[in-house]
Design a protein around this ligand. Structure first.
Ligand SMILES: *Cc1c(COP(=O)(O)O)cnc(C)c1O
Length: 833
């Protein structure tokens, strides 16, 4: 089935081009709305308006189209008495919202025409919107994709998080080194949010707990916090696909209960008078840039309790307004904890139910457990949150009492069931003993939840044998898997309009609602004319990326070369270093024999390192130093280029992914929980080179072994090697390339100004290669040569590419969220089709 495509919209792109072209009165109405907003909301006249003014006016006019639907959705949820889902996440990595809203409202063509009439280019406005970067990486991006899918499936849901004044740092590369600068997404206002100064909650810290005797020889505990901070609500409407349902993302901002101490101010202490305010408002000042590194800081714990407390009180108020009784909470509320950051919710909900609503302990515990569920995101031991008991006792004294009591009951039950198993007791305890006692937030989250899920099949299995091995013995029925997904609206329809149009023509426009229709591509996988049309789309996307690279980096890359892409946080387990070493080996081989029929490549890297993660920052420096040497060498001029694009974020991902030929997913097996970048690129037709890790395993099952390049040790083999010895020297000696590569790095080929610069990296490889880079190097090299061979047979390449896109429907976050809804939340879903 094919579709008529409007010739006017063809060259401009936009998913809307697969939809009917806009009616002229719609265009006129939107044009008038933008002018009105520009005049009365922004306060500018069209002749003096900047792109930023036009962006604000367009965003306000778009938001107006969302608000009526939002109010309708909210009213319906109330009147039908529906169960609500609350997604608690310390991170929401949203990116830009203008094209997202216009796509979901099917207004892209209308607005493009309306602005065109006013002499304004919508694609230019797109670029002036700052990214909402309220997250570090995959975990935060997952929360954003889930918000889109929950609205799309008409689930009554709220996202709860923190409205950070400053999101993830801006990365600047100076002389090849990462530098961090504050990010300023709010400096020109945020047109998408509604401030709700009247919606605020007191969040307490510190102070003391009073045990008030009751008549029936029991006690009521009253917490008298020593300090109070107000959490103020900011609401952003989240509109689902085709605008059927709109949910709320409610982010909390910290506000001092008393803005200043007037007595001190009047006595001339102008700074001291503001000290309390500064201390309070620090809570929502910055996103913690830690990415799986220990973050044992008091401010972080304050952030976690701050947003969890405000969110629980907000949802309790709503629940009691609607249903009158806390006992019905599990029937009408599902609380999903995105990782352990909101795990204090377990103790806070107990406190609210027992201390404030006077429920019996056992009943409160039953309600808590039936309401809360928890998603685990990592097996890295250093990323499992624990808090020192003295800090908890000082900051949250009542919660610490509750945790001790929960633990006593819990350990009593375990002892009854498994007498004399001290190892089991100490492993499932909420308190870690020895070397300073600490509260284990993962154990607290597990104990207080009816469902604990991992984020890919392999990850969920490994949870049962590693982090939650002993909890699995106790409560096997609570553990389950929910493989991550991505929203196709952002990662296909918005990011790759050219491909979207081609897919809608080929599979029918219904594919936008039901991605399983992509399977219609399978019988056409060898169709030469389809190959040509796909190649043309990819070519256009690569030309656009080449232009971006030229503009930002002053590097000229050939759009005809294979674009080999690794974009993600920089982390040793993600093994950018393996890719860089292979790049060096390839460079040496090309230089030695430039006439061989190499597949010309552009190696593209992008990603941020945690500010305190020295090895990761050194990896960035190495990538940049290698880039400089390779890009300056005329021998490999047409064969190899290396690019490190600074400041990776959602918008940059949207520019790179549609231009990717090869997707690098090469983590040490067993260490990447799921990955979602792997899904974004495979959906857009890139072939994956990767290890059997995270969701790569499931991608392989969906696309078939012939259409993915799998290499390296399995998770079991990694475990075995680590147990029996890694033998770095043996791997290096056996490799035809690796020794030479390491020698080159160590002799300063890439750092002539500082020979020993990369010693910390090469020493790790030679003597304590925990991430098994040396073990996997040769297998990776061979897999890359298989990539070359496929690339050189263009038909085979495009056949594989089609099979990838055709089988990616299962990786839609609509599928993931449908599973959460059915298996964990017990709420109905209403698909668009
Ligand atoms: C998808 C995404 C991620 C996660 O990428 P992985 O490759 O799964 O680690 C991180 N950051 C941004 C901006 C993303 O869009």
């Amino acid at each position: 089935m094919t579709m008529e495509v409007d010739a006017n919209t063809l060259e401009k792109g936009g998913a809307a081009s697969v939809m009917p072209s806009p009616a002229s009165d719609d265009v006129a109405r939107f044009r008038a709305a933008v002018i009105a907003k520009l005049t009365y909301a922004v306060g500018k006249n069209p002749a003096a308006a900047s792109d930023r003014d036009w962006f604000l006016a367009t965003a306000f006019a778009t938001r107006d189209r969302i608000v009526d639907r939002w109010i309708t959705s909210t009213r319906q949820t109330y009147s039908e008495g529906r169960k609500r889902v609350y997604y608690l996440s310390l991170e929401f990595l949203i990116g830009r919202l203008l094209f997202d809203a216009l796509t979901n409202l099917e207004l892209l063509d209308t607005v493009r025409h309306a602005l065109g009439d006013l002499g304004v280019d919508l694609d230019r406005l797109r670029q002036v919107e700052p990214d909402a970067a309220l997250g570090n990486g995959g975990l935060g991006r997952l929360a954003a994709c889930f918000m889109d899918s929950m609205a799309t499936l008409s689930i009554a849901a709220y996202g709860y998080g923190i409205r950070y004044d400053h999101g993830l740092f801006r990365q600047v590369i100076k002389n090849g080194w990462q530098q961090e600068y504050p990010e300023e997404w709010l400096s020109f206002g945020n047109p998408w949010e509604f401030e709700r100064p009247e919606v605020f909650y007191d969040v307490g810290f510190g102070g003391s707990v009073e045990a008030v005797p009751l008549s029936n020889d029991r006690k009521k505990h009253v917490w008298h916090p020593g300090e109070r901070v107000e959490a103020v609500a900011y609401d952003t409407p989240i509109c689902g696909w085709r605008g059927r349902h709109v949910n709320t993302l409610r982010l909390w901002s910290a506000r001092a209960a008393d803005p200043l101490r007037l007595d001190a101010f009047n006595q001339g202490d102008h700074v001291g008078a503001l000290a309390d305010q500064v201390r309070a408002e620090a809570i929502s000042k910055v996103l913690y840039p830690s990415d799986a590194t220990p973050a044992g800081q008091e401010l972080r714990l304050r952030q976690e309790y701050f947003f969890t407390c405000a969110s629980l009180h907000d949802l309790m108020r709503r629940h009691i307004d609607s249903f009158g009784d806390v006992r019905s909470l599990p029937d009408k509320v599902a609380i999903q904890l995105n990782d352990t950051h909101p795990a204090i919710a377990v103790a806070e909900l107990m406190r609210v139910l027992v201390d404030e609503h006077d429920l019996e302990w056992d009943e409160a515990w039953d309600i808590t457990r039936r309401t809360i569920s928890y998603t685990n995101h990592t097996l890295l031991p250093e990323a499992l949150e624990t808090w020192p008991v003295p800090l908890m006792e000082r900051l949250l004294p009542r919660h610490m009492q509750i945790i001790y009591l929960l633990n006593a009951v819990h350990l009593g039950e375990v002892r009854a069931k498994f007498p004399d198993d001290d190892a089991l007791l100490s492993s499932v305890s909420l308190i870690e003993e020895g070397g300073g006692r600490r509260v284990r937030m993962g154990n607290l989250a597990f104990l207080g939840s009816h469902s604990i899920n991992g984020v890919a099949a392999l990850h969920s299995e490994l949870m049962k044998t590693t982090v939650f091995k002993d909890f699995y013995r106790l409560y096997p029925e609570r553990m389950n898997n929910k493989t991550n997904g991505i929203t196709f609206r952002r990662w296909l329809i918005e990011a790759n309009p050219g491909l979207t149009r081609l897919l809608a023509e080929t599979c029918g426009p219904g594919v936008l609602d039901d991605p399983t229709l992509l399977e219609k591509l399978v019988p056409m996988a060898e169709d030469r004319s389809l190959h040509e049309r796909l190649a043309a789309v990819r070519r256009q996307n690569k030309v656009a990326l080449a232009r971006l690279i030229r503009d930002r980096m002053e590097i000229k890359v050939n759009p005809g070369a294979l674009f080999d892409v690794q974009i993600k946080r920089i982390h040793e387990y993600k093994r950018q270093l393996l890719n860089i070493l292979e790049t060096i080996a390839l460079y040496e081989a090309m230089r030695a024999n430039p006439a061989k029929n190499w597949a010309p490549r552009v190696k593209i890297f992008s990603g941020k390192a945690a500010a305190s993660y020295h090895q990761a920052k050194l990896i960035i420096k190495l990538a940049n130093d290698v880039a400089r040497v390779v890009n300056d060498d005329p021998t490999v001029k047409d064969l190899l280029k290396v690019v490190f694009l600074p400041n990776y974020n959602v918008s940059l991902a949207e520019a790179i992914i549609p231009a990717a030929d090869l997707s690098e997913q090469i983590s040490t097996a067993g260490m990447e929980a799921s990955g979602t970048g792997n899904m974004k690129m495979a959906l857009n037709g890139a072939l994956t080179i990767g290890t059997l890790d995270g969701a790569n395993v499931e991608i392989k099952e969906h696309v078939g072994d012939a259409n993915i390049f799998i290499f390296g040790l399995t998770a079991d083999e990694v475990e075995e090697r680590r147990r029996t010895g890694i033998d770095e020297a043996g791997s290096i000696a056996r490799s035809p390339h690796l020794g030479e590569v390491l020698d080159a790095v160590e002799s300063g080929v890439f750092s002539p100004d500082e020979r020993d610069r990369f010693r910390p990296l090469t020493d790790a490889l030679r003597y304590h290669d925990y991430f098994l880079v040396t073990s996997d190097f040769d297998a990776y090299w061979d897999a890359q040569r298989a990539v070359d061979a496929r690339w050189n047979k263009k038909d085979a390449w495009w056949t594989s590419s089609i099979i990838n896109t055709a089988n990616m429907a299962w990786f839609s976050s609509d599928r993931t969220i449908s599973e959460y809804a059915k298996d964990i939340w017990d709420v109905p879903v209403k698909p668009v089709r």
